[in-house]
Design a protein around this ligand. Structure first.
Ligand SMILES: [Cu+2]
Length: 643
């Protein structure tokens, strides 16, 4: 095959379908990818930071693609880096003893194969279910519990729900006690476990319009109009809006990725974040029973938030003038496909930005806050996760995760209760669980020489220094090594973390900085430290981790978390206790919610929120949003209320 020189506008431009096709062909032609190998993922091999920093418009770009494949049914994975610019396979690595994320083809095989199995059919009969076609099968990541049947296999655990009609809510009628172990690589049932019959809950749990009866009739239209269009500009994957600039990326596991986030200040773009994304997440369940105790899905690393991204052509959730980005993925045969409109970008009015009414001068100034929203939504089985990055005119960046969808359920004996689950409908309970996310935040605050400080309030004892007992200090402690930087939130002390650049000072002589603010109480892992999931999702045992930048350190629980025994990723990297002061640092922030499910979360859950805010601290000379113009006159005039 001849080398093809591709001219691309920027090294971080999103991967194109023709690049994927070419890379897969090159790998096949070189004899590394058999026809029956399953392609797990294909991503842009992002260039080194220095290459991106040095790149000037018009410079040639080496576009390289990273391909992961499962050559057979076992535990061998092949990773290759293929340069489509050079037409060459650059690097091939083989990993032994590792499993890919759950493959869609193999998951579908589990759903198709299990209903044929006599023990499965018999277990359904014991529950009065005679038609296996009415049973919804959900393959789950199996975890790692040291069982013999896990050994050497890619497995899932399948659980089941009764759906008497196709539009039923399956989660309303869990078939309790029934779990099947399925060998995904070999496509065979390993074992069907029946832990005992519990009656099927009686209610259908419908939430479709036909199920809920008459809808409210007193909601009048509220239209968002932008007659002159949006205030953002888009060029390829590059976005500019209200002094902000960044590039949009898409990854099969992380979903939306933000690259090279900067703010234009006095004519130059000042970097803030080199790269930001959700690097991993886990949902550990708190019920100890055999049907639920093993549940701890890594929805990013085992399923893939990008792979599960919704196409927003199916109904958009945003109002106003919207720009969409497609998400490029690959099927298991190596053919690229696009999730159309996977990423939604639009602007929102967000109340007031700043205001003051000067009683003496009789002036009144108010500015409205506009925010730019870049979002995507992943449907991972029963749950939905919406990831919303917000950019504000005052230099703030926020990530808000919206949790919705349907909770994971269990059937319980009518009238019974549980310590480890809440009853949400007759005969139906939802185990307590957590949703624990980890955001990888590669800060470059005014450059790559950064130091992270822990900042909190320190009350002063009453004494000569504090006679009234009112005094408190702002205490800032530099986190200088990886071990010292494994930290928890402390809401009572207003604890947060500040990333400063000691080589860039503001007009007051202080280093410029950005702070990472926990926006609400956020839990860490509740499972015991010696439990399987606490090892596998060790990232969630601390809210903050800081590492020196290393290109290969991307995913908080390691590259291959599916069925992994644990302690990979953050605990492994940070065991070296590398120095982290005055260098290029990456912050890993674990946050989320502990979900004690309510009756109001059923049958579909109103959005629950989790997230954090990044805000400038001495990064600017003053409020950077003074120059936001007043809103046009007249918009505050009251209309008389109807009626
Ligand atoms: Cu939940």
């Amino acid at each position: 095959m001849s080398a093809t020189v591709l001219t691309t506008p920027h090294p971080l431009e999103m991967l194109r379908g023709d690049e994927v096709t070419q890379a897969v062909e090159l790998l096949r032609a070189a004899g590394h990818l058999a026809e029956d190998a399953r392609v797990v993922h294909v991503v842009l091999d992002e260039p080194e930071k220095e290459v991106v920093a040095a790149w000037q418009p018009g410079d040639p770009v080496d576009r390289s693609v990273r391909i992961l494949a499962a050559p057979g049914p076992g535990l061998q994975l092949l990773e290759a880096v293929v340069s489509v610019s050079a037409g060459a396979v650059r690097d091939v690595r083989v990993y032994e003893g590792m499993r890919p994320a759950l493959l869609f083809g193999e998951s579908l095989n589990a759903i198709l194969t299990l209903p044929e199995h006599p023990e499965w059919v018999a277990a359904l009969h014991r529950r009065g279910i005679d038609d296996p076609a009415q049973v919804q099968i959900d393959p789950w990541p199996a975890g790692n519990f040291g069982l013999d049947l896990e050994d050497g296999r890619r497995i899932s655990r399948c659980i089941a729900y009764l759906r008497e009609s196709p539009t039923d809510n399956g989660y309303a009628r869990p078939i309790e006690g029934l779990v099947a172990f399925f060998d995904m690589g070999a496509n065979e049932v390993i074992e069907v476990q029946d832990h005992g019959v519990v009656p099927l809950p009686p209610e259908r749990g419908g939430y479709l319009p036909a199920d809920v009866g008459p809808v409210r009739t007193d909601l009048r239209p509220l239209d968002i109009t932008q007659p002159e269009g949006p205030s953002f500009e888009v060029d390829g994957n590059a976005v500019r809006w209200q002094r902000w600039s960044f590039r949009v990326g898409f990854d099969p596991y992380e979903g939306l990725v933000l690259h090279t986030v900067g703010y234009e200040d006095a004519g130059r773009v000042r970097p803030v974040l080199y790269r930001a994304s959700i690097s991993e997440m886990v949902v550990p369940y708190g019920d100890p029973g055999p049907g639920h105790g093993w549940k701890n899905a890594f929805d990013a690393g085992e399923w893939g938030l990008g792979r599960m991204a919704n196409s927003l052509t199916l109904g958009c959730d945003c109002l106003g003038v919207i720009h969409y980005f497609d998400g490029l993925l690959v099927n298991e045969q190596g053919a690229p496909y696009a999730v159309e409109n996977a990423i939604c970008m639009h602007e929102e009015d967000y109340g007031i930005l700043w205001k003051h009414h000067d009683l003496h001068g009789d002036t009144s100034e108010v500015r409205r806050s506009r925010r730019l929203v870049v979002s995507f939504i992943a449907t991972v089985g029963n749950y939905e996760y919406g990831f919303y990055w917000y950019f504000y005119q005052d230099g703030n960046i926020q990530l808000e995760v919206k949790l919705t969808g349907i909770v994971s359920t269990m059937a319980i004996e009518p009238g019974a209760t549980s310590e480890f689950a809440n009853v949400i409908a007759p005969g139906l309970a939802a185990p307590h669980h957590q949703h624990l996310f980890n955001a990888r935040l590669d800060f470059d605050v005014d450059g790559t020489t950064n130091t992270v400080y822990e900042v909190e309030a320190a009350p002063v004892p009453i004494g000569p220094e504090n006679p009234l007992g009112n005094a408190f200090r702002q205490q800032a402690t530099a986190l200088t090594t990886e071990a010292a930087a494994q930290r928890e939130t402390n809401a009572a002390a207003s604890r947060h973390w500040r990333v400063v650049n000691p080589t860039s000072t503001n007009r007051l002589g202080a280093p410029v900085g950005y702070r990472l603010l926990p926006t609400m109480s956020t839990p860490t892992m509740l499972a015991q430290p010696e439990s399987s999931v606490a090892h596998r999702a060790a990232f969630a045992r601390h809210n903050l981790w800081v590492t020196p930048y290393a290109r290969e350190e991307r995913r908080a629980a390691g590259e291959f978390p599916n069925q992994h025994a644990g302690d990979d990723g953050l605990p492994s990297w940070t065991s070296a206790d590398r120095p982290i002061a005055d260098r290029d640092v990456v912050c890993w922030y674990s946050f989320g919610v502990t979900h004690f499910v309510r009756p109001e979360d059923w049958p579909v859950m109103p959005v629950e929120y989790a997230g954090f805010v990044l805000s400038p601290v001495g990064f600017f000379e003053r409020n950077p949003a003074l120059d936001v113009p007043p809103s046009h006159a007249g918009h505050c005039d009251a209309e008389p209320a109807a009626g």
